[in-house]
Design a protein around this ligand. Structure first.
Ligand SMILES: Nc1ncnc2c1ncn2[C@@H]1O[C@H](COP(=O)(O)OP(=O)(O)OP(=O)(O)O)[C@@H](O)[C@H]1O
Length: 575
């Protein structure tokens, strides 16, 4: 067995991934852990190996999950660190033209069992038959909570009219950003005024960098999601060269950018409470589906048009099994006069036998924001009474506590100690990152950041948590952060009962979890004048008349970079 593992590369964009290929017992990571644990950081330490030789081996293969991930594992480069693709400008230009003209998705296919990795096979070749199967899965029928969205109908109408969907039916208006596996474009479904974020991935580049499976993981996860704080995947299609995901567009940027705009570059406690509460619900839902997110950070929390959040970016996520358990039934279920407890249990979309989702029907009433009101005690009492009528919901424990992965994934400042130590990790890593996330929103920095990546990893494992004197943050908030940033995962808050434990923390007192989607967000983005963004050449491109030029590979993800275009060319950046 070779000693080789997967490279962990530098990290401009704060994410990294390395997956093990073998199962030696004494891994460099474990060595690192020992050395870090013993407060050693010499030049020959494993920490240095970790960063410089970047080879990670596997300490053990605890169960089939790790094994499964190994099989789907890929060499990962850091987020934002680009390995230039091989495509030359002219190749891609012609391929875009060609795919615009030819790529179509065939009609809806038969039923598929979602979430199985065999459903959507990684595709390196040109055609679309398998992909259309996946594509059909993303439909309003499968996403009852988003079913009223007019964009489904728009897509269906165009698909029926044209016999399929491809790049030629979209106007790519501007590049919103780029990541490790693709670039995301604001696009209009031509002639519909329906706007989407389209992630375009170059299949050859994915294949050459062994990232096809990451892209597949992201797509399969997106297909399953139906939650107000998670992205809706409307459709996806394949062309000869590209794999395209058509998702909901978030015009408000990300929380990292929004934080920079706050006075002092940190959020108020009320704002933090709002954002983290919504993120918590998103993570809870993911865990119920057996998805460990693993890449929480402000950059991945996008702000929707209405100011609510959307957790994005699932290519580092881990899928596993979970057995949801009803810990407490709703007291309202005992009330024969009450017809709808507000929640419904739906069939699982991945492996877990069932998942609980927010009400199928829209809530009967939406109460205003409960944490921003400065109402009298009497008013508050009245509101709480109203809230209590809807709040005793069934308590479901659906934490995938049995999951184990040996992958080295995440973002240095957000990596949980157990990942750095190579001990194997499970869903508790999301609760660690949730603690770091809270800390960063409150204080404008992460707690363990060192002078470089090596120092950061060292600090995560061995430095105690400290809070700055300013800004002043409530005791409840600090207590919650302390509970989450416990280095041993088994002693960490939420280790056993997941989000339920966190929701009950005093920091969240007064939050109406079921109706938070109706609360007024702390910041509502200014309306985006999309039409003014669209230069004439983009429209030309959408008709399949324009060619695409390729800009130089970039190493820095750029949000909302103005489109560079010349008269007849819509520019694409494909790696
Ligand atoms: N739905 C969306 N609406 C608006 N902007 C988006 C949307 N999805 C992605 N973006 C923008 O595009 C950028 C790249 O998207 P994405 O999250 O897929 O890649 P990444 O996180 O940078 O990298 P990777 O997924 O490869 O790790 C994001 O940082 C964000 O700025």
């Amino acid at each position: 067995m070779s000693a080789g593992g997967c490279a962990v590369q530098g990290n401009d964009g704060r994410s990294l991934m390395a997956r093990p290929e073998n199962n030696k017992t004494d891994s460099p990571v474990a060595v690192v852990a020992k050395q870090v644990g013993s407060d050693t950081c010499s030049s020959s330490s494993g920490v240095e190996q970790l960063e410089e030789s970047s080879v990670i081996e596997m300490a053990s293969v605890p169960d089939s999950l790790a094994d499964r991930e190994m099989k789907t594992g890929v060499n990962g480069s850091a987020k934002g660190v680009r390995v230039p693709g091989s495509a030359k400008t002219s190749d891609v230009a012609s391929s875009v033209r060609k795919t615009s003209e030819s790529a179509k998705i065939s009609g809806p296919a038969g039923t598929v069992e979602s979430g199985k990795s065999s459903v959507c096979r990684g595709s390196t070749s040109s055609d679309v038959s398998d992909e259309s199967t996946c594509s059909s899965f993303s439909s309003a029928v499968n996403k009852p909570h988003k079913a009223n969205d007019v964009r489904w109908e728009a897509i269906q109408a165009v698909r029926s009219k044209d016999g399929g969907l491809g790049l030629s039916q979209f106007r790519l208006l501007r590049r919103l950003g780029c990541g490790d596996i693709g670039s995301v474009y604001l696009s209009e479904l031509s002639g519909t005024k329906c706007y989407f974020a389209m992630k375009v991935m170059d299949k050859a580049s994915l294949a050459s960098r062994k990232k096809l499976l990451r892209a597949q993981t992201e797509r399969e996860i997106l297909q399953c999601l139906d939650h107000p704080f998670l992205p809706t995947l409307y459709t996806h299609f394949e062309t000869d060269k590209f794999s395209c995901l058509v998702m909901e567009f978030c015009p408000g940027g990300d929380l990292h950018t929004l934080r920079q705009r706050q006075p002092g570059k940190y959020f108020t406690e009320q704002a933090v409470k709002f954002y983290v509460a919504e993120v918590l619900l998103a993570l809870e839902y993911l865990h119920m589906l057996g998805i460990i997110y693993r890449d929480l950070k402000p950059e991945n929390v996008l702000v929707r048009e209405d100011g609510h959040i959307m957790l994005s970016d699932f290519d580092l996520s881990l899928r596993c099994t979970v057995s949801p358990t009803l810990v407490k039934t709703s007291s309202l279920e005992l009330d024969p006069n009450r017809k709808n407890s507000g929640y419904c249990i739906q069939p699982a979309c991945i492996e877990p036998p069932s998942c609980i989702q927010p009400a199928c029907a829209a809530p009967v009433t939406c109460f205003g924001p409960r944490f921003f009101s400065s109402k009298s005690k009497k008013d508050k009492k009245a509101k709480n009474e109203i809230g209590n009528q809807v709040s005793p919901l069934p308590e479901l424990m659906a934490e995938p506590t049995g999951a184990r992965s040996m992958s080295f994934v995440g973002t240095h400042e957000y990596l949980a100690p157990e990942i750095i130590k190579g001990e194997g990790h499970g869903s508790a890593v999301d609760w660690w990152t949730f603690g770091i996330f809270l800390y960063e929103l409150f204080f404008g920095k992460t707690p363990f950041k060192g002078s470089g990546n090596r120092a950061t990893l060292f600090n995560v494992v061995s430095q105690p948590l400290r809070f700055p004197d300013a800004p002043v943050v409530s005791f409840a908030a600090r207590d919650l952060i302390r509970g989450l940033l416990v280095k041993e995962p088994q002693h960490r808050l939420a280790y056993k009962r997941g989000a339920t434990e966190i929701k009950q923390h005093p920091f969240f007192e007064g939050i109406n979890w079921a109706l938070i989607r109706c609360a007024t967000p702390p910041d509502i983005p200014r309306p985006v004048e999309i039409e003014r963004m669209a230069p004439p050449q983009a429209a030309a491109a959408s008709n399949g008349k324009a060619t695409a030029a390729v800009a130089a590979p970039t190493t820095t993800p750029t949000a909302a970079r103005p489109q560079k275009g010349s008269d007849n060319y819509l520019e694409f950046d494909f790696f």
